[in-house]
Design a binder for this molecule. Structure first.
Ligand SMILES: *Cc1c(COP(=O)(O)O)cnc(C)c1O
Length: 239
């Protein structure tokens, strides 16, 4: 596909760098999944393309990658409904950042999965939007496993009641749970807690693990890992 070929040696160098990073991550994932908490499948690698320049995203597409994650609805629309819109039907898109209720319909229209369901008000907006446009993304509930006051997500002790309420009153496809462990703690206890909460609630999917800890997450049963900087290089702009 000429559309995804590099223009000149500078772009070729970026394409080579991205392709090599992707292979290295896939190999590390395969190594970690030899002992992955009883799962038979290898985790899905979500390439987190937030704040990346189009050339790096183009290189990732040229390397064959088709699963991407974004933090913001507007930036995601720019990337995937604009710059690379002709590939949309081949792609799987995940929203991994916080979602405001007034963006629920746009998010439902663009994303295949939303990882950050954290309140009933948002569930209500998503259910209404899904009904209106006839398309519902798979939902992950975000759990604040470290009980950090500044972080979104349900507290672990709130989860069971929330799931029960969702199942009773909201017509939404629930896939699993997501967490973002505190930055200066070992991630393993958080991943183990997330898995326990998912099992207790009959949920199979676990969105956990980023650039620094995806191998640990896979060993502890992650179904989806969200990797940005290790795949694309460091993000350039402030977030
Ligand atoms: C940015 C982001 C990631 C990716 O982080 P890296 O450390 O660059 O891999 C994963 N998950 C969430 C929720 C993020 O916001």
């Amino acid at each position: 596909m000429t559309y995804l070929t590099p223009n000149g040696p500078e772009e070729q160098a970026i394409f080579d760098d991205i392709a090599a990073r992707r292979i290295a991550i896939l190999e590390a994932m395969a190594g970690a999944s030899n002992n992955n908490a009883g799962r038979h499948d290898v985790a899905q690698l979500i390439a987190v393309s937030k704040v990346q320049p189009d050339i790096r995203i183009k290189a990732m597409l040229a390397a064959g990658h088709r699963v991407f994650g974004e933090n913001r609805v507007q930036e995601a629309q720019r990337h995937w409904a604009d710059s690379f819109a002709q590939l949309r039907t081949e792609l799987t898109l995940h929203l991994i950042g916080p979602l405001q209720t007034n963006k629920a319909q746009e998010a439902c229209a663009l994303f295949d999965s939303i990882h950050t369901l954290d309140r009933l008000k948002l569930a209500r907006s998503l259910a209404r939007a899904a009904q209106k446009i006839g398309r519902a993304p798979a939902l992950f509930i975000q759990v604040n496993t470290g009980c950090e006051p500044q972080k979104s997500g349900l507290l672990p002790q709130e989860l069971d009641g929330f799931v029960k309420e969702l199942r009773a009153h909201y017509d939404l496809p629930l896939a699993g749970l997501m967490c973002l462990p505190p930055v200066n703690e070992a991630p393993s206890p958080h991943f183990i807690l997330l898995r326990k909460l998912a099992e207790r609630n009959g949920l199979s999917e676990l969105s956990m693990g980023m650039s620094a800890d995806f191998e640990t997450a896979i060993r502890l049963g992650a179904s989806h890992i969200r990797v940005g900087s290790a795949l694309f290089g460091l993000r350039q702009a402030a977030e």
